[in-house]
Design a binder for this molecule. Sequence first.
Ligand SMILES: NC(=O)c1ccc[n+]([C@@H]2O[C@H](COP(=O)([O-])OP(=O)(O)OC[C@H]3O[C@@H](n4cnc5c(N)ncnc54)[C@H](OP(=O)(O)O)[C@@H]3O)[C@@H](O)[C@H]2O)c1
Length: 165
Amino acid sequence: MRALVTGGTGRIGSAIVARLQGEGWTVVAAGRADGDLAAVEQARALVERAVEELGGLDLLVNAAGEGFAPRAVTEVTEADWDAAFGATVKGSFFVTQTAAAHLRASHGCIVMIEDVAAYQPWPSFAAHCAAKAAQAMLTRVLARALAPEVRVCGVAPGPVAVEPD
Ligand SMILES: NC(=O)c1ccc[n+]([C@@H]2O[C@H](COP(=O)([O-])OP(=O)(O)OC[C@H]3O[C@@H](n4cnc5c(N)ncnc54)[C@H](OP(=O)(O)O)[C@@H]3O)[C@@H](O)[C@H]2O)c1
């Protein structure tokens, strides 16, 4: 079985990669060095390279994300906003769009790593909450758009991979 995990070098993504590998999957674990997912052409190129390397695709995990930093609403900059939306929303969408035909062929699965922030209004994380809510809606839209061949699921963890206080 063959998987592409975006954010596969991160805290959540690397745990997913280790579990998949432990269960016998062949995995492309992508980090920033494999392409900036906020740039559409780089997002597409990553999927094409992974499919070529793996010889197809059975699972896509969208776990790339950035811009998780507390900011008062009055302090949020355009760069903060773009960081929050880049890999999480634009990246998840265009990676999925490029992977769709391959996953249809294998009757594969997509897992979107969401966040409870999609559903909870955190005053110091306006851009992050808005981006995660957008991504959570993409899960639902993509699930309908790619059914029945591809199953699209979202997982919205609370704080599971953070430094202890
Ligand atoms: N940590 C938690 O407790 C927690 C809880 C709920 C939800 N989540 C969600 O889980 C996802 C991952 O969080 P995390 O804590 O694992 O984050 P993280 O440790 O900061 O890892 C982020 C991952 O995304 C990659 N990445 C960031 N920006 C990118 C870009 N522009 N293009 C390509 N790759 C990029 C990073 O690559 P590099 O390694 O190369 O930097 C890394 O692999 C996020 O969507 C977050 O909202 C996390």
